[in-house]
Design a protein around this ligand. Structure first.
Ligand SMILES: Nc1ncnc2c1ncn2[C@@H]1O[C@H](COP(=O)(O)OP(=O)(O)OP(=O)(O)O)[C@@H](O)[C@H]1O
Length: 348
């Protein structure tokens, strides 16, 4: 199990403990999230980053107990609402997760088009969501208009449209408004801007920041695009091979990453304003979930790997500032894996 790192979290809205997701494959058990712990602070934006196939979507789905069949999710996730008692999200006998989704924890996926029903107007989506959850529909529609205009959309025009009549950026913003119309406390966003051009991505990121600040919303923002999330997140959590290998305040990670993998990710990014197209790939390949290397799973790609790394899985060890890294050689990393990033721009 990973070590719990709580120094940066004083009021956790999520307490994730020992969660795993596995698929039973012909080739063997495929464990695509491996005994993961994570505390998420109320009101923070947590950026979860990692390469394709590292388990990011599995972590997002786990937070809503929405891992698709035949994946098996185990462990504990405690959700602490602002008012009311804690909820054990994975207690399938005691908790109706459908009641919690949308109302308390909402989600936005990549590609709004597949989330909207093409035969319904945008307004119908809002009305249906409100009425299915027993909300006052007219009051909710007022909130919908406000949310749409906060997202710089012309509310009446968007509500009167069918999804295919909206551009990609408009429909993605409409989906964010829909995810927020029941006033959830937490929003899980899985690559919410991936299909959009860079300019639209940036503008949506700024809107997400504004909305989060205004509404005291907790956001878990999942992406493979480190530059995109760098200026948005309060904390970053880096996934490698189905485990978190580094977690900490975003500024600390961007300027002083402790894990060789995070440093490789940063070095693949010439500067944090560089479009994704210009990012260089990291050498080596991501592990196959059926054959994750023994010891530290990053050792086949790591310049510091030695016998200990081949044998022992390093714990995620916290410092006093809540910056944790899972590496046997944290002390040697700054010198031996230098950061080549030209310029780190951190918005205040
Ligand atoms: N239905 C499934 N059956 C078996 N394995 C699966 C299934 N769905 C996903 N996986 C595997 O789970 C692992 C983690 O997938 P996940 O979608 O969480 O990765 P990700 O980091 O979100 O990647 P991406 O950025 O490409 O979406 C991958 O190795 C993937 O092949």
């Amino acid at each position: 199990m990973q070590q719990t790192h709580t120094a940066a979290v004083s009021d956790p809205i999520f307490e994730v403990r020992d969660i795993s997701v596995s698929f039973d494959m012909d080739r063997g058990e495929s464990r695509v999230l491996d005994e993961v712990d994570m505390d998420i602070e109320r009101g923070e934006i947590l950026g979860v980053v990692g390469e394709s196939g590292s388990g990011k979507s599995m972590f997002a789905s786990a937070l809503l107990d929405a891992v698709v069949d035949p994946g098996v999710l185990t462990g504990d996730i405690r959700f602490n609402p602002e008012d009311g008692p804690p909820i054990d999200l994975l207690d399938r006998d005691g908790v109706d997760i459908k009641d919690i989704r949308w109302r308390q924890i909402s989600m936005v996926f990549q590609g709004a088009m597949s989330s909207f029903n093409p035969t319904m107007s945008v307004e119908d989506h809002f009305r249906e969501t409100l009425s299915v959850h027993d909300y006052d529909v007219e009051e909710g529609m007022e909130r919908a208009r406000q949310l749409l205009s906060d997202l710089y959309l012309e509310a009446d025009q968007v509500l009167g449209s069918y999804p295919h009549e909206l551009s990609g950026g408009m429909s993605q913003r409409a989906l964010i408004a829909l995810a927020l119309v029941l006033e959830p406390e937490a929003l899980v966003m899985d690559e919410p801007t991936a299909a959009l051009d860079l300019l639209m991505q940036r503008s949506i990121i700024e809107l997400i920041r504004e909305i989060a600040d205004e509404r005291d919303l907790t956001i878990v923002f999942i992406t493979h695009d480190l530059p995109l999330v760098a200026n948005l997140a309060d904390r970053l959590a880096v996934l490698y091979a189905f485990e978190f290998v580094e977690v900490g305040p975003a500024d600390d990670i961007l300027t002083g990453a402790k894990h060789p993998y995070t440093r490789a990710l940063l070095n693949a990014t010439p500067n944090l304003d560089t479009p994704r197209e210009e990012m260089r790939p990291i050498e080596g390949s991501a592990p196959d979930p059926v054959n994750v290397p023994e010891g530290c799973s990053y050792h086949p790609r790591c310049p510091l790997a030695d016998d200990t790394c081949l044998r022992e899985d390093p714990p995620l060890t916290d410092d006093a500032d809540g910056h944790a890294a899972a590496c046997h050689h944290v002390d040697r990393v700054p010198e031996e894996v230098p950061l080549t990033l030209q310029e780190v721009t951190i918005d205040e």
